[in-house]
Structure formats: C-alpha cells, structure tokens
Design a protein around this ligand. Structure first.
Ligand code: ARG
Ligand code: ZN
Length: 874
C-alpha cells in the first residue's frame, strides 16, 4: 500500500466540468455529481477503465450520458468506482449518500457545532463523492446547495453566487460557480447559521473585492484583526510579488472542529477558530501574530497553490514551502525581522531537526508514502521554506522576483512539480541549481564542521569547513549539498573586519555568503592583525548544524557585539546550552558559570537593544531542544540542570528582574505594536522567573496583574507564572477564577487546559486524567485533544517521561482511542513516542513497548500504522 513518486502516471481521464448538488439533511446528505469527462490524449493507457476514488460512500446510482447503468455495468469496490466501458467523451452522473453528522474524522463533509463544513485536502473529496481525487485533475466546479432555510441561512461554496431561491418545506438553495479550474482538494462547502462581517479591498488594478467573514454569532466581535491582516496581506502580495486577487469575493469561515490550522479553498478559506478569532481580552500577542501569519499564508496560496498547483502529493512542498516563505517574509516586514527569524529557526532546530534525525525522516520532496496525511510535516513546510529562502539568498531579491514572476506566468492554471519551480528560478536568473536540487531529494540535516587557524606572520585567517549529510531510513552515502553560508569576522573591539579573500583585494565587504558545495573547503582571509572572532551562519542562512569549538569567551563577546541580531541570540543560546550541559549528571555543588549571570544582567538592563530581541535572548533553550542535542537523553537530569540554571539566574538577578518588570509595566492604552508586545513579553518573563524563586513581592504583582489585566497576554502571563510557581493556593485560586470567567469561550478554555498540561507543577498524569474528564473536554474536538494530550506529551517532558513509563502507556491508550474516531489526529500524537531511540535505555525500552501496544491494536488506521511501523523498523 506504499505509493511511489517513480510510479507517477498522467491521469487517464480528465474532468472538464463538475456539477454538484447537495441536499443537506439532519440524518445525512445526498450528493448528486455530474462529471463531463474525456480521455486524456497524453495518457498512454488507452482502453483503461474509468476509475474514481471513494471513501465511506453509499452509492445510490450511476448514469452514463443520461442512461442509468445496471449494477453489472460498473464495479463498486468501496475505495474505487470502476466503469470499464466508456467512450472518448461522456457525462457521468453519480449519486451518493453520506453522513456528515457521524463524520468524526473531519475529512470530507462534516458537522462542527451545528454547521456543515468541509476539509478536502489532501484526499477528503473522495469522502463526498466518487471522483478522480488527485491534484492534476482540474475541473470547473458549479455547486448547488439545498438546506433548511432557518437552520442554515448561509450557504457557501467556491467562486461567485449565481442563483438562489426558496424551495418547498422551508428549504432554500444557493448555486455557486467557480470560473477557475481547480483540483478537488480546493473544493469547499459551508452551511450554517452564521453572522457575516463585510469589508472591501480595492486591488492595484482598481477592482473592488468583497471581503466577508462568517462566524458563529458569539464570535462576531473577534473578526477585526483577521480582516485587517487579510487586507494587509492582499496589499503586500501586490507590492512584493505582483500578485493580484482574481475573484470578486474572498470569504473566510471559522469552525471549531478542524484537524489543522486552516485551508486555502479557492475563494472560501476555512479556518480553525483558534487561528482566526481574536480580541484583546481573549487572545495573547502570540495568537495575534499567529493569526496574521496564517491569514496571510492561506491568502498567499491563492497564487502559490491554487493558480499554480501541485502535480501530485509528493510535490506538496511546492506550495507549502514557498507559501511559508512568503508568509514569513510578510511577518518579518510587519514586525521584527530578527525576532521572526529566531522563532522560525527555533522551531526548525528543535522540531524539524528531530524529525530529520528520526524514523519518519523524509526529503522535502518525498519518494514514497503510505498515508499522505502523515506528510504535512515540519520538513515539507519549514524545511521547505528554508530551501526556498536559500534560493532567494543565492539569487538575490531581484532575480528571485524575476524567477517567481516567470514561475507564475509559465505555469498559471497548471499542476506542476518542485522541479518546475527550480527551473523557473534557473531560467530567470541564469544560475545553475543542479546541485542545489539535492535539497529536495536528500533527507537529513547537513552537518558543517568548522575549524580555523590564524597565521600571525602572514596575517591570514583560515577556515576549513567540512560537510556531511547523515544517513536516514532508506538513504545512505549522500552527496554534498549546495549550502549558502553567511559569515562575518569581528576584531577584539567588536568591529566588523573586511573579508579580504584575495590578497590584492581592497574595499572588501564585511559580510559574505560563502557557497559550500564540496565535502571540504578551505577559505582564507587576508590582511588581519589578530585572530578574529568568527560569526558563522548569520541569520541562519541554511538549515544545517554548525559545529565549531566555541570558547565561552567568544560566545560572550558575540552576544554583545555581533552586528547580526540572529547570531547575538544564537551565541547566547550556545552559551546557555554549554553551561546547562556541563551540569548534567553533576551534583548541585558544581559551580554555575558566573559570566552567564553577568551577561544576563547586561541584557536585562540594556535599553538600547531591540527589546523584542532582549526578550528572546533571556529565554533559556527549551528542554525539547536540549533533548534534541543529546544522545541517550535522560529527561530528569536535563530538566534538573536547566532548572538549576534558571533558579540560579533568577536568584542572582532578583532586583534587576523586579526593575525590569516595573519599567515595562507602565500603565497606558493597550496597543498591539511591536514595542508594546516586546514590553509585555519582557515583563512576563521577569514575572515568571521571580515567581519561580518564590518571591513574595512578585506574588503580589502577579496577583494584581492577573486580576486587573486589560488583555490576555498579561492575564495569561500572570496565570502561567502562578501555575509554574510553588504558591499552591494562589495557583488553584487563579485557575478557578480564570475558568469561571472564560468558561464560555472555547479558545480561552484551550489555553487554560494547556497551561496546566504543559506545566511540570500541575501536569502530572493524575491531573491530566482529571482534565480529560472535565466538562469542557471533548474527545471529538482536536483543539481540546491538542491542548491537553498534545501539551502533556510534547511540552511537559518531566511528566511525560516519568521513569515508571506511565506517561507512555497513557499516550498509547489515547492514540488507540482516537484511532477509531480521528486517525489523522491519532497519528500526529505518535510523534513523541516515535523518538524513542533518542532516550536512555530505561526510557526507550518502555517507549518502544508503548509503540508495540499501538501496533497490536485491531483495525489500525493507515495513518497510525505508517507512523508506528516506521518508528519500530530498524
Ligand atoms: N493546505 C493547508 C495549509 O497549509 C493545510 C491543510 C492540510 N490538511 C490536512 N488535513 N492534511 O494551509
Ligand atoms: Zn499551506
């Protein structure tokens, strides 16, 4: 049941037009589909029967060119409808019966808090009707929706509304037509009792676009920020990529039950409520930023994904990697570029490097899969983004823009491959990206080992850089990749040195992007008086690991002198990691590097540095990252060492932290500016540290902030600080008060769940089980599962890795339970267990057992089967 890229064949039949009619009822839905089909002249498979994909459908009838077919004239295999005898061109009418109200997988057509909605990517359309459900079959859709008028006054689909009216029995209908041919994964339908928020946007060519958001009435006050983000994204895409919106209407719908973040259906984006709805009182700054990024991401897909789509699902990163790159550029332009880069690099190094080093490692363009739902990964999205970013950096902005213009022009209306994308970049720029293509083909994170030496007599500084690409499952002996490596050199005053690479050169630049292409390179820099401090891989110019024998002195120096903000932060992280690692396995008498405290003191009192960067620099590397960096991880020791450093810093810096809190706690109007966000972030970090050491004065501040905050960032910041403190009574009181106040807001309740589940103070297994029995918990809602189980297994490392193995058994039990109702969500939860080889034997053996218990479950879904079997393979 493995599907291989090498077996790709063009479709034997093409669909020109599909006419859909949905009759929506409470006990099910009847779907009438009429396809206008012709043989694909480009297909070699002449005489091949017509095969349509299906999943969980009840077939009611099939008609060919208007004639109902006898059941002997076709074969209903459940997952395929086969019609052997068809002419060159024909119309096929298929009627199916489905049960959206019982659809707990949330793929295809389903119900979420009373409304009908769809999720068709990647293969959900086949749960609606029989269809060639593959992205290289592109058709024009016309969709008529019929439903009870009072329960479902709003009826939406892709494109423009062309007809509407009343029917008998209190029912009504609306017909939508989408003029752009599209793959079935971009189909969407919504029916519900929703309020409409309207706005408009005038495009660069002067067309007026109707912008509409549809939400449940209780959310009507939470739409403004998403609408504003949308308009800013539309303008940005015109200015930066020359991309104008193409339909007359653009709609966004919020639904509570959703497997992922959001979906870019043509003209009708559907969002997980938690990724689109926000207000000052209910959303944190981080959520506002996430909404801005996701609204932009889905909107940008209209060109990178919809107008130019994927030939097959192996090409998923064609649209995702490029679109994540586009939304990251947008976020950087709207906020702090350095902070955005730090956040993205942190996610990549913590989670994607782990994926690339684990049993599910796969290239940005995978060569095979069992269940495509398992390949919506950090590798496809985030590493895919980095690959596009490297092309951008190698070509420069101007050539990159020429390349993207050529790509959109050349492939508009087509379903293409990552190779077509690279080819457009090559053709526009004249650069040869042959070796660069290995980034799409080879899995694994390249490692760069850097050595240096200084020849004082000649004034020459030499860097030797060796690259290796590690083996991954099914891929060994890899070739060297093409790596853009940005660097600078600093003298002992912290001044940037000219990078003179040719003895005769004058006016050399102070930063260069070296291109690493071989297994070993040697670079020489001339005209130096002293050994410089190297600043390597600036701005994280490639998704690689860099090893260099840093001295703590050098890191401290870079932390305060590197002109590259990213590398300042990175130096601080490397120093903190070195300090924490040196304590692991040592007793509590071991001295903690005194210079660490002093550097943090400097940061806390540094007003001249971007305060958002200061806030990032103050955060210690996460336990997850420390695990990723270790072999045979022992979580309690890692947790203990990190905790020691945190307590040590907080105790030593107590007065500075208080001052930092006070300075950033100035009263005034709530604002959502970068500066205000940075101040809230700094203030809440300080508060958290102070409560961690049980400071009574800070307790009073936290209580006051918790009760009187006029925004969720501060309220939740105080709650989190209290939850992670040793003040048991105040914690309980705050948690109760918070729930009392926000129990009617599902998104806030989700934060309330995850604050507890992710905390090693509250998130022990008995309490997790208690949360699962809470009135607000719902197994059918993915956000709730993520906020309790996901936060526990993914973030609460000391509790999940309880040496008695109870955390693993619990997760296995949850996965088995969810496998029956929602396999996509179940499969995602396997991730923490799949990393079992990373841990010390006492842990890894029990993790493996938990995986085996899942493997032995009856009727395991394809989704979970694939992840568990790959995890257990050697
Ligand atoms: N294309 C969507 C996005 O990146 C993700 C939807 C994936 N859905 C899924 N069920 N696999 O915005
Ligand atoms: Zn996407």
């Amino acid at each position: 049941q493995t599907i291989y890229l090498s077996e790709y064949k063009v479709p034997a039949y093409l669909v020109e037009q599909i006419e859909l009619r949905f009759e929506l009822f409470e006990d099910g839905a009847r779907v009438h589909s009429t396809l206008t089909v012709r043989r694909n002249p480009e297909s070699q498979e002449t005489g091949k029967p017509l095969e349509l994909d299906g999943d969980s459908l009840k077939l009611e009838s099939v008609a060919l060119n208007g004639e109902t077919l006898e059941s002997t004239a076709y074969e209903d295999r459940g997952d395929k409808l086969v019609v052997p005898d068809v002419p060159e061109q024909f119309q096929l009418a298929v009627v199916t019966w489905i049960e959206p109200q019982n659809n707990t997988r949330l793929e295809g057509l389903y119900k979420s808090s009373g409304m009908f909605c769809t999720q068709c990517e990647a293969e959900g359309f086949r749960c609606i009707t029989y269809y060639p459900d593959r992205p290289d079959v592109m058709a024009r859709f016309r969709t008529r929706i019929e439903a009870d008028k009072s329960a479902y006054p709003v009826l939406l689909s892709n494109g423009n509304p062309v007809e509407q009216g009343d029917l008998d029995n209190g029912r009504h209908f609306v017909t939508w037509e989408d003029p752009f041919p599209k793959p079935s994964y971009l189909f969407a339908l919504v029916a519900g009792d929703l309020v409409e928020k309207r706005d408009s946007f005038t495009t660069c060519s002067g067309r007026d676009i109707d912008l509409r958001m549809y939400v449940e009435p209780r959310n009507s006050e939470k739409c403004d920020f998403a609408m504003d983000s949308l308009k800013r994204a539309m303008r940005w895409d015109e200015e930066v990529y020359g991309r104008e919106y193409d339909l007359d209407i653009f709609m966004i719908v919020a639904v509570d039950d959703f497997n992922m973040g959001a979906m870019e259906n043509k003209g009708l984006n559907i969002f997980n409520s938690s990724c689109v709805l926000a207000s000052q009182e209910t959303a944190t700054d981080a959520i506002f930023q996430r909404i801005e990024a996701i609204v932009a991401h889905e909107y940008f897909h209209n060109w990178s994904g919809n107008r130019v789509t994927c030939r097959d699902w192996f090409q998923l990163s064609l649209k995702e990697g490029f679109t994540v790159f586009r939304d990251a550029q947008f976020s950087a332009d709207e906020g702090s570029p350095t902070v955005k880069r730090i956040e993205d690099a942190t996610l990549l190094r913590t989670a994607q490097f782990a994926e690339d080093a684990g049993p599910m490692a796969h290239p940005v363009r995978p060569a095979s899969y069992i269940e495509i739902g398992n390949f919506y990964t950090l590798t496809i999205y985030e590493k895919g983004e980095e690959v596009v970013r490297m092309i951008h950096n190698l070509l420069g902005s101007e050539m990159f823009r020429k390349g993207s213009d050529l790509y959109f022009e050349r492939h508009d209306g087509q379903a293409v491959t990552t190779d077509d994308f690279v080819k457009a970049m090559e053709d526009a720029s004249g650069r040869d990206l042959t070796q660069f293509r290995l980034w799409y083909e080879q899995a694994g994170t390249p490692v760069l080992n850097v050595e240096d030496d200084f020849d004082a007599e000649q004034g020459v500084y030499r860097l030797t850089i060796r690259q290796t690409v590690p083996d991954t499952p099914g891929q060994t002996n890899k070739k060297p990749q093409h790596i853009p490596f940005a660097l600078g050199l600093l003298d002992s005053n912290g001044d940037a040195l000219p990078l003179n690479m040719d003895a005769a050169e004058t006016d050399a630049p102070t930063e260069r992007v070296l291109e690493i292409t071989g297994a070993e390179h040697r670079f020489e820099f001339y005209g130096l008086d002293e050994k410089p401090v190297p600043s390597l891989l600036r701005d994280f110019s490639a998704p690689v690991r860099v090893h260099y024998p840093w001295a703590r002195e050098q890191l401290l120096f870079l932390m305060s002198h590197d002109p590259d903000g990213f590398n300042r932060w990175d130096a601080g992280q490397r120093l903190a990691i070195d300090v924490i690692q040196s304590l692991i396995g040592h007793d509590d008498e071991t001295e903690i590097e005194p210079r660490l405290v002093e550097s943090y003191r400097g940061l806390l009192n540094n007003d001249s540095l971007d305060q958002a960067l200061v806030a990032k620099m103050l955060q210690l590397p996460s336990e997850n990252y420390l695990v990723e960096l270790s072999e045979q991880a022992d979580v309690p020791s890692i947790h203990h060492a990190r905790e020691r450093v945190l307590l040590h810093l907080a105790n030593a810096l107590r007065d500075d932290l208080l001052a930092c809190y006070q300075r950033n706690n100035q009263a005034g109007e709530y604002e959502l500016t970068s500066d205000a966000i940075a101040r809230r972030s700094l203030k809440n970090i300080a508060l958290g540290w102070l409560l961690h050491i049980g400071d009574e004065e800070a307790l009073a501040l936290a209580t006051e902030q918790f009760q009187n905050a006029d925004n969720m960032t501060d309220r939740l910041g105080a709650l989190r600080a209290l939850v992670n403190s040793g003040f048991d009574q105040e914690r309980t009181e705050a948690l109760d008060a918070f729930y009392e106040q926000f129990q009617h807001d599902p998104q806030v309740v989700e934060m309330w769940f995850s604050v507890q589940s992710a905390s090693h103070k509250t998130g022990q297994l008995p309490h997790i089980r208690h949360l699962l029995g809470h009135e607000a918990f719902d197994w059918k809602n993915p956000n709730k599962v993520r906020s309790v189980v996901g936060a526990f297994a993914g973030q609460n490392l000391p509790a999940f890795h309880n040496p008695d193995g109870s955390g693993y058994e619990f997760l296995a039990e949850v996965i088995c339970r969810l496998d029956d109702s929602n396999p996509q969500i179940a499969a995602r939860l396997v991730t923490p267990l799949s990393r079992w080889k990373k841990f010390a034997p006492t842990y890894s053996e029990q993790m493996k057992k938990a995986l085996e218990s899942i493997r032995d479950k009856e009727a395991l879904s394809k989704d979970v089967y694939e992840v568990v079997h790959k995890s257990l393979a050697d």
